[in-house]
Design a protein. Structure first.
Length: 122
């Protein structure tokens, strides 16, 4: 996890894409960290320095992981932003834990609104 920004600011958790790490966020960190305390985290089971001891097998596993991760950041609401794959756990967490999520930002959320198929004739 890479942490930047003022300690007293609202918290913003940044979830990377499937093949990304917290290192995908530097182009945005400076401006985001002016207003937020940012926490750029490894994706569970993905690339990065975190060691995955148990791979998530269902959505409930991702929610449990985020509960543990976000619980470590302290009580109260958080903001969460997910890029590509990271938008899925961000959206699911916002839906299942609305009391915890102040705002959810979904960046490049492929297959969120409509399904993507290589056979759609495009």
């Amino acid at each position: 996890m890479r942490i930047t920004g003022p300690a007293a600011a609202q918290r913003l958790v940044l979830l990377p894409g499937a093949t990304g790490t917290p290192l995908m966020w530097p182009p945005n960190i400076r401006s985001l960290s002016n207003a937020y305390r940012t926490f750029a985290v490894d994706q569970i089971g993905g690339a990065g320095r975190s060691i995955c001891t148990r791979r998530p097998r269902r959505t409930a596993d991702l929610i449990a992981w985020l509960d543990e991760l976000l619980g470590g950041l302290g009580p109260g609401g958080i903001n969460v932003a997910g890029m590509t794959y990271g938008r899925w756990p961000a959206a699911e967490y916002a839906l299942r834990r609305p009391e915890r999520v102040m705002k959810a930002v979904l960046l490049a959320p492929g297959a969120t609104v409509s399904r993507i198929s290589p056979w759609d004739g495009s």
